[in-house]
Design a protein around this ligand. Sequence first.
Ligand code: ADP
Ligand code: MG
Length: 620
Amino acid sequence: MNVVRRVPVWLVATVVCAALPPVLGRAGLWGFDQYHALILCFGLTYALAALPLNLLMGYAGQISLGHAAFLGLGAFASGIIAGRLGLPFTLGLLVSAVVGALAALVIGLPALRLRGLYLALVTLGFGLAMASMVFRLRSVTGGYAGQAVPRPQAGSFVFLRNADLLSIIVVVFGLVWALDRNLLRTKVGRGFLALREDEEVAAAFGVDVPLYKLYAFGLYGAISSIAGSVFGHVVGFAQQESFTFDLSLLFVVIVLIGGLRSRPGVATAAFFFGVMPRFFTFLKGWELVIAPAIVMLTLVRHPGGLGQTFAEVKALRTRGRKGRRVAVEDDESDTASASLVLPRPAFLHEVADTATSSRKAEGTAAVPLEVRDVSVRFGGLVAVDNASITVESGRITGLIGPNGAGKSTLFNAISGFVRPTQGRVLLHGADITGLPPHRRAALGIGRTFQQIGLVKDLTVTENLLLAQHRLADYGSITALAHLPAVGRGERALRERAAETLHALQFERFAQSELRELSHGQQRIVELAAALLTAPGVLLLDEPSAGMSPAAAEALAERLLQVRDELGQTILLIEHHLPLVLATCTTVHVMDAGRMLTSGPPTEVVTDPSVVAAYLGERVA
Ligand code: ADP
Ligand code: MG
């Protein structure tokens, strides 16, 4: 019984849908004939081809204007393997995947440095180069004549009937759908979504940004080429003219209409684009005018695409069921923000203990964090000028100074987002100056950002799962298969996220998107997320910004509790002086990039030079 219940829905749906066409086709039920089967083949192939582009654009926030090139690579590879060499079509699919992945890695490399329009241009160039050069090589692709892609064959059985071919496509589509879904439910998908939002935020949670970008491109290329290969088998032919920029653009439009990130939305939109031309032949070319008009109207009125419409319908249905309760909860949330709390640290011990014990092996010096003579230049501006700081273990060290003093830049130098032009950063005595941000996060540098460092369109729970990126004890490749180890790992993360929500008394926000919370509430989630990374040293950049004085007071108490009960070492940038006075043992004052003075907070704030530099600005 248990086994039956654990069979996933997608698997059942795939098997049933794959079995249906041949049965219907042979029995002639519901008037289902081979022509209908062919139309469905096209629809499903389009859906299959759109999913990887959604993965790349919707999840990972990268772009590809060379989509058709990947489809073409798959179609030609299968043509050569199954057609010219007469090898099994499954081998063709496999080779397509490998070729597609490799090509995608090549255009992924520039993506490590380029973003937005520049990256779009690189992918566009790749698409054009493939279409105008590689796909025209007579020896490889048959040139203008093209390359035949025969119907798949299994043993002596040839999938000649469209209904039989449809079964194969259903299976491939089901597998890709499942892979896509697994991906999104694990640390890999969260890593992708995080780097779409903000690469620095992703890196601060320990996501290896360059690696994950390449991973996204590799997956994209592999799946796209598989789709291209299927496309070849459906048409029976691969020709250079089929894989031009128009097709690339069409798929970008499909993903936008379907709704970035929405798998059902994108698949549905693509399906219709694949099916419709065969029903609208009577338009005699006018579809080229009508379709763009419809596309524009749709996007203007529903910028979130089909996916958003699906979500709205779903939300309407749930609201209908518990309408009044939601309204009451909204009222509560306003009062709750006055009494902001951090997770009770008790359950964090476990996380902290495992993290510190693994770090101890690397040799722990007495001083957790030391900044030695660090300077950071932006062009002619010296943002940080020869600054040194020592952070004491188990204490809260303050860093104050007027706006533009260089405090946040110093944080960036510590956490690896800017390279100092001189000086060193030592973590437990080890020089980490040359390490990338995700490595520093792994070594125990946790941080929050002046602008909230979370993913706005993920739910609160998903953000708390993202925070535990490094604590997820399964591999990035195994995540795709959703093996039992992945399930166990994810359950552990979810339990911890649930405990955190409970401790914050934020259970009612568990499924809310982060953007729906007030600024103060987002700050608290951010702090809790930073604590969940079990950092050796926690860097907080103006945590009380945007909070009421009462909330800031509650924050001070909670920070002290985190310090005392977890022995958490904290470096705190803060404008709100009462919070600094209440929590810090030592305070460093920065002005115009330089360290002005340091000492116990009560002494520092009465120092005349500090009053002049820091408080003077406020009085003036
Ligand atoms: P603080 O956090 O103390 O208010 P910052 O560290 O944000 O100050 O900024 C210090 C100085 O460096 C400011 O003059 C700011 O304009 C400049 N700055 C910060 N980041 C950059 C950057 N990425 N490029 C150029 N200038 C920057
Ligand atoms: Mg700042």
